[in-house]
Design a binder for this molecule. Sequence first.
Ligand SMILES: [Fe+2]
Length: 426
Amino acid sequence: MAAFQPHTKLSFIFCVFLVQSLILKQGVSVNGGGITSKFVRKVEKAIDMPLESDVHITQGDHEGRAVIVSWVTMEEPGSKKVIYWKVNSKEKKSASGKVNKYKYYNYTSGYIHHCTIKHLEYDTKYYYQVGIGQSPRTFWFSTPPKVGPDVPYTFGLIGDLGQSYDSNATLTHYEKNPTKGQTVLFVGDLSYADNYPNHDNTRWDTWGRFVERSTAYQPWIWTVGNHEIDFAPEIGETRPFKPFKNRYRTPYKASNSTAPFWYSIKRGPAYIIVLSSYSAYGKYTPQYKWLEDELPKVDRTETPWLIVLLHSPWYNSYNYHYMEGETMRVMYEPWFVQYKVDVVFAGHVHAYERSGPRLLVMTEPQPDYSAFREASFGHAIFDIKNRTHAYYSWHRNQDGYAVNADSMWFFNRCWHPVDESTGVDV
Ligand SMILES: [Fe+2]
């Protein structure tokens, strides 16, 4: 019993805090015996979180004025509507979406809803409600500032998340980081359902429920990784990316892409290009042709920061997944140099490495291009300050929430070019 004492004490402290919060927020009546709060909790029975409680949002257009809301209902499809309203506004609007189900071997999904809310105002907090007529649930998000060169914006960076104890630590550290990410750039490998027999798609449900605490409140920009392929001909599943495609939406049509796995968005001061390491990227392929047309469209006077997301890194000095990104690097790196891409974020290796901005030189154990590496889990923050400077920091799970394990200033390649070999402005 003694072992439980500290826990009891903690619970008690929490209760005191809770009561104080209620006093601050609700009306109170004071009499001789103390305080009786007028707060009355909801009368309905508390409902357990179902497996399929997956609510997530992502950007829904090219400019940041639309949001795609996705959620799952279990027994029946229910309403396809999302009700939304601006903070401090009584005017409620609604948008209607689509619902689908899919089967994967012996698994049948719940009703998966996707609804795009359009014509939102920039830099505004909105509330939204899903599950209308069933078990309505309310969340909120903030739209980004109007696209422009000198609006600060902070991105979080997460990849290879999965749903292990480490995954939970990574997400908690991201949430608790004193530098608050406003949008997550997710560099692929979501649920790792394919690690289970028959790619048990229930793991996609549990992953959605796990990350909902963040994905329902800020957009996650999706990149596909190898764990999204779910190609399993031995059980008759031959359509690559089937679970991902059914569950997650990307605004690919807004950037004239022909597939949801490669696309672009503008968000605040950033132009973000998402590529697929696991879709054809050779010459004449749809992805190649799209990227060839896309890069010249980026206007650095409007969006100074050009960011690329992909899953399999082009520079990786770990043995794990060594050289897997090499053929894509050979295809696209000359374009990235020509168009002055500021930074490429990748995942896949389950360890941290920051490479210097130079071409690949193979020298082991630690090659020249590898500026910092360690086999740690964590998240990163890319904090864009203005058109010339962005601060990048890496946060390990084993450290305190505010600790930077590695960091560097990024100088914009168009607005503040620096010669990397000398560190001198050019
Ligand atoms: Fe991977």
